[in-house]
Design a protein around this ligand. Structure first.
Ligand code: SF4
Length: 230
């Protein structure tokens, strides 16, 4: 875990300096078995950024369900590939579809504020969705769309290996935990998938409509932060 944190900090620093890749020369290239440019990561995570980049390119071309032909941009996900905390929402909205980035509309701005309040930086977490393309008029995802898109999310989780997954909204919580229970029952309970703790909470879009949810999301973010870094 310490190595992962060091790798993440190193990659963050290099990214902040505008470095996207390095060319390893002998003896490092011999040690790593690398030829030519390699990603700025630890040996363990040598291909992490590369895999995420390739997956994003695949999603940008994807037409596995009907949403692919209706989107402006696919929204693969965004954030730190070394994140300890990964957020998973439902699907892109209008602003996300326009920009090709997750959680950049009003619900995303609320998420940013809540992250700040619990001393988490958006740049240190990863944010994705169940669906990578926007359903028209923000309708609920269809089962066949969720099934078609799920392998992309599973790969994302497998590559990023978060310690904590925060599910934003009932769709995400039910899909990740593979259950049909209500948010009232899921929230606050202890959920584990392998070594990963899953924390279901309300979607920030719901908190825009029902402000009382903000406190509950805040409490869940505190728990995620404490489990990840405490
Ligand atoms: S929603 Fe997912 S499966 Fe459907 S077209 Fe977009 S990326 Fe492909």
């Amino acid at each position: 875990m310490k190595d992962k944190r060091i790798a993440r900090a190193l990659a963050e620093n290099l990214r902040a300096l505008g470095v996207r890749e390095i060319v390893a020369e002998s003896p490092a290239s011999a040690l790593l078995g690398a030829e030519g440019p390699v990603d700025v990561t630890s040996e363990e995570d040598l291909s992490r950024e590369g895999v995420i980049r390739r997956e994003k390119e695949t999603v940008d071309r994807c037409r596995k369900c009907g949403l692919g032909s209706q989107r402006t941009h696919a929204v693969y996900g965004d954030g730190n590939e070394y994140a300890e905390i990964m957020f998973i929402g439902e699907a892109p909205g209008a602003e996300e579809d326009r920009q090709g980035l997750p959680f950049v509309g009003r619900a995303g701005q609320l998420l940013n504020r809540l992250l700040e309040q619990v001393s988490l930086k958006r740049s240190e977490v990863y944010i994705g969705n169940l669906l990578k393309c926007r359903p028209p008029e923000n309708r609920d995802p269809l089962p066949e769309e969720l099934t078609a898109c799920r392998p992309y999310l599973d790969k994302q989780i497998a590559v990023i290996k978060p310690r904590i997954i925060v599910c934003l909204g009932l769709y995400a919580a039910q899909a990740i935990l593979n259950v049909k229970e209500s948010m009232a029952r899921l929230r606050g309970a202890h959920h584990k998938i392998g070594d990963t703790t899953v924390i279901p909470t309300y979607h920030t879009a719901a908190a825009l409509r029902f402000p009382a949810y903000k406190q509950q999301i805040y409490d869940d973010l505190c728990r995620a932060r404490d489990l990840a870094y405490g």
